[in-house]
Design a binder for this molecule. Structure first.
Ligand code: SAH
Length: 217
């Protein structure tokens, strides 16, 4: 079977595409190179793992497009000491990329099946600074504390104040905002001394963020 190791041309194209589309941060590019996307896709999609498209995973969800993963990671301006909250673990791919660039990732997923398989996969890959939690990103328990960065990887109709309130001073949140099942806008919110600064970045398409833990597995 073809594996990442014997597909150097595909891996090279993968990196070139990220650079061509404007990702220039060396640490982000290195993380994208180190984390093998093939380990996060469904077996039927192994041959497509290095294509720049979203792919289907269990529970009707998706693993995001690599460019969007790199772009959102870049916009977070991560530092080695940061504690990061991800809402929408999905396959765990984005969490694995974040984990290379910060101290701790707490990733919340509403489907038990996805949370369990991402937790196992990340453990197998040695990502021991990621904690996957079954939960609802619209109701992050106060005990989880504050975060330097928050990344939402499912589309929200608006950004809940309860979420921006969880940012540390100078904290950054990135989220796709807009109607479900349509084009959304990636929004960046920075917590400043004066309040919150909001900037619209690029158009994206994400699966919807839904409230509550999923009743189906
Ligand atoms: N970051 C993922 C892709 C996420 S797809 C990856 O790298 O593979 C979006 C995920 O968000 C789905 O798995 C979906 O179940 C989850 N999700 C949607 N609403 C949520 C909520 N309120 N809380 C937690 N997870 C949620």
């Amino acid at each position: 079977m073809s594996t990442a190791e014997n597909r150097p041309a595909e891996k090279m194209m993968f990196q070139l595409n990220l650079r061509r589309r404007g990702i220039s941060d060396q640490a982000v590019l290195r993380a994208m190179d180190q984390v093998d996307r093939e380990a996060f896709v469904e077996p039927r999609d192994r041959g497509n793992a290095f294509r720049d498209t979203a792919l289907g995973i269990a529970c009707g969800q998706t693993i995001s497009q690599p460019f969007v993963v790199a772009y959102m990671t870049d916009q977070l301006r991560l530092k080695a000491g940061h504690r990061v909250l991800e809402i929408g673990t999905g396959s765990g791919y984005q969490a694995a990329i974040l984990a290379k660039l910060c101290k701790q990732v707490v990733s919340v997923e509403r489907f038990r099946t996805l949370a369990d398989s991402a937790r196992q996969r990340l453990a197998r890959l040695g990502c021991d600074n990621v904690e996957v939690v079954l939960g609802d990103g619209f109701a992050i328990p106060p005990a989880m504390g504050q975060f330097d960065r928050i990344i939402v990887t499912a589309a929200m109709e608006q950004i809940p104040e309860a979420l921006t309130a969880r940012l540390q001073p100078d904290g950054i949140l990135i989220a796709p905002v807009g109607p479900h099942h349509r084009v959304q806008t990636l929004v960046r919110v920075v917590r400043t001394a004066a309040g919150f600064e909001r900037k619209e970045l690029v158009d994206v398409r994400f699966v919807p963020a839904l409230p509550g833990i999923a009743r189906e597995l």
